[in-house]
Design a protein around this ligand. Structure first.
Ligand code: AMP
Length: 438
C-alpha cells in the first residue's frame, strides 16, 4: 500500500471552516488598524539568522532552542521568522523609515515558526498579528496600544475571558543592578531550578522570575522585587501609563514577575492571559523596546509593540461558542441536461456570478435527480434547471429547494428574478474600487 502522508509534526492545515475565523480576525485587525492610522507591512518569511539573534537575544529561549535555522546553497545562515518585531525593525532601518513622519505605525498578519514542543495552543507554524509604533516615546502610546488590543478582543467577542497583566522592567541600564542582586539571590540555589532555568541563570537570569515550574515559581516569589531597583524615569513612566489606563477604563493586574522572554524589552511589558488558564496560554503580549533599533544598527529610536496569536484566539472563540459571519454559502446551483443545455448554463453562470450571486454549476454528466441531490447537499436555496425543453423554449426553471416549489422564467429574466428572490442586500457584490492610470 502506498504511504498516506501527514502534516509534519507540530503544524496543521487551516481548513475552510477555520478560514472563516481567519478572515474575520483579519478584517477586525485591518479595520481597527486603519482607524488608528496603522499601515500593513509584510517582511520575508526568512531573514539572516543574525537579525533574530541580535534582537531577540542570545540567551532567549527562542534563539537557544526554537529557531528553524538552515543554510542556503551559498552557506548563508537563514532563519524562518519566529516573531514579527525583529523583521519590522530591520525593515524600518533598511528603508529609511526614520525619514517618514514619526511615529511610524505598522501592522502585520503573518505565519511564524518556532521549534516549540507541540501541545494544545502551541504549534510549530502559527499565525500572529502585531502592531508596532516606532519613533516616539510616551506612556500614552503604550496605553493606546493596549486599548487597541482590548478593542480587538471585544470585536472578537472574547474580551471577558482575558486579564491584562502589566509590569515594567525598567531601562536596560537600571536593570544592571537588579541582575547583580538576582545573581546573589540565586547563588547556591541552582539545584532547585528546572533544567531550563539552570541554563537561563547564566544567559538570561530575569527569565527565572516568570518560569512556570513549581519549584522555580516558589523561589521567584521570594526573590527581591525588581521595582525596588528601577530608576526614577522608569518608575514615573510606569505610573503615568497606569494613570492613562485608569482614565480610559482599562483594567489591569500588576504582575511584578512578568518579564517576557525577549531581550529587547525595556520599561512596559504586558500580556493578556486567559482568566482560567493563566500564563500557560497567553493570547498576546508586548511592550516597549526603546533600545532595539540602536542594537540593530539604527539611530536610537523609541518604540512599543504588541502581538497576538491567531490560532489561540480562534481556539478561544470556539470555546466561547462565538460564531463568525460566513460568506461561503452558495445561493444558486445550476443543473443541466445535455450539451446544448450546458452551453446555456455556462453563459448563465457567468452572468449570475457577475451579478453577485454565488453560483455553482453541476457540469458533469449525472441525471437531473443526482444533480438535485447534490444541490441539497450544498444547502442552496435555489436551483436553476435547464433541460432540452427549456433550451428549445429559451426558458429556465427556478426551483426553491426549501419549499419544493418551482417556476418557469424566460432565460433573459433569470438573473433579475433570482436577485429579487435572494434580495439585493444578500448578494456578494465584488467592488475592487476604481483603478486609474496617470
Ligand atoms: P510571544 O511573543 O512569544 O509572547 O507570542 C505572542 C503570542 O503568539 C502568544 O501570546 C501566543 O498567542 C502566540 N504564540 C506564540 N508561540 C506560539 C506557538 N508556538 N503556537 C501558537 N501560538 C503561539
Amino acid at each position: 500500500m502506498s504511504q498516506i502522508f501527514q502534516t509534519a509534526k507540530g503544524v496543521h492545515d487551516i481548513l475552510p471552516e477555520d478560514h472563516e475565523f481567519h478572515t474575520f480576525i483579519k478584517k477586525v485587525i485591518r479595520h481597527r488598524g486603519r482607524q488608528a492610522g496603522f499601515r500593513r507591512i509584510s517582511t520575508p518569511i526568512f531573514e539572516y539568522t543574525d537579525v533574530f539573534v541580535r534582537s531577540i537575544g542570545e540567551g532567549s529561549d527562542i534563539v537557544t532552542k526554537e529557531m528553524y535555522t538552515f543554510e542556503d546553497k551559498k552557506g548563508r545562515s537563514l532563519t524562518l521568522k519566529p516573531e514579527g518585531t525583529a523583521g519590522v525593525v530591520r525593515s524600518y532601518i533598511q528603508n529609511g523609515m526614520n525619514q517618514w513622519p514619526q511615529p511610524v505605525l505598522l501592522y502585520y498578519f503573518e505565519p511564524h515558526f518556532r521549534y516549540d514542543r507541540p501541545q494544545k495552543g502551541r504549534y510549530r507554524q502559527f499565525w500572529q498579528f502585531g502592531f508596532e509604533i516606532i519613533g516616539e516615546s510616551d506612556p500614552a502610546l503604550d496605553a493606546q496600544l493596549i486599548q487597541l488590543a482590548n478593542a480587538i478582543h471585544k470585536d472578537l467577542g472574547i474580551a471577558h475571558i482575558f486579564e491584562l497583566q502589566l509590569n515594567t522592567i525598567g531601562t536596560k541600564e537600571s536593570r544592571k543592578d537588579y541582575v547583580g542582586t538576582l545573581q546573589d539571590y540565586y547563588a547556591g540555589k541552582e539545584r532547585s531550578l528546572c533544567e531550563d532555568c539552570k541554563v537561563r541563570i547564566n544567559k538570561n537570569i530575569l527569565r527565572l522570575l516568570d518560569c512556570k515550574e513549581e519549584d522555580c515559581r516558589i523561589l521567584a516569589e521570594l526573590a527581591p522585587p525588581m521595582k525596588d531597583y528601577l530608576d526614577k524615569e522608569s518608575r514615573e513612566f510606569h505610573d503615568e501609563l497606569k494613570e492613562y489606563l485608569d482614565e480610559i477604563g482599562v483594567k489591569y493586574v500588576e504582575n511584578p514577575k512578568l518579564v517576557r522572554g525577549l531581550d529587547y524589552y525595556s520599561k512596559t511589558v504586558f500580556e493578556f492571559w486567559d482568566k482560567n488558564e493563566g500564563a500557560q496560554n497567553a493570547v498576546g503580549g508586548g511592550g516597549r523596546y526603546d533600545g532595539l533599533i540602536e542594537i540593530m544598527g539604527g539611530q536610537s529610536t523609541p518604540a512599543v509593540g504588541y502581538a497576538a496569536g491567531v490560532d489561540r484566539l480562534i481556539a478561544n472563540m470556539k470555546r466561547e461558542k462565538v460564531r463568525v459571519p460566513s460568506k461561503d454559502e452558495l445561493h444558486v446551483f445550476v443543473a443541466q441536461l445535455g450539451r446544448e443545455a450546458k452551453k446555456k448554463c455556462l453563459v448563465l453562470i457567468d452572468r449570475l456570478r457577475n451579478s453577485g450571486i454565488k453560483t455553482m454549476g453541476a457540469l458533469g454528466k449525472g441525471s437531473i435527480n443526482i444533480q438535485l441531490k447534490l444541490a441539497d447537499k450544498f444547502k442552496v436555496t435555489y436551483t436553476v434547471l435547464i433541460g432540452l425543453t427549456e433550451v428549445r423554449e429559451g426558458t429556465a426553471i427556478i426551483r426553491n429547494m426549501k419549499k419544493g416549489t418551482q417556476e418557469k422564467v424566460k432565460m433573459e429574466k433569470v438573473v433579475d428574478r433570482l436577485i429579487k428572490l435572494i434580495g439585493e442586500q444578500n448578494l456578494d457584490k465584488y467592488t475592487p474600487g476604481e483603478v486609474s492610470t496617470q
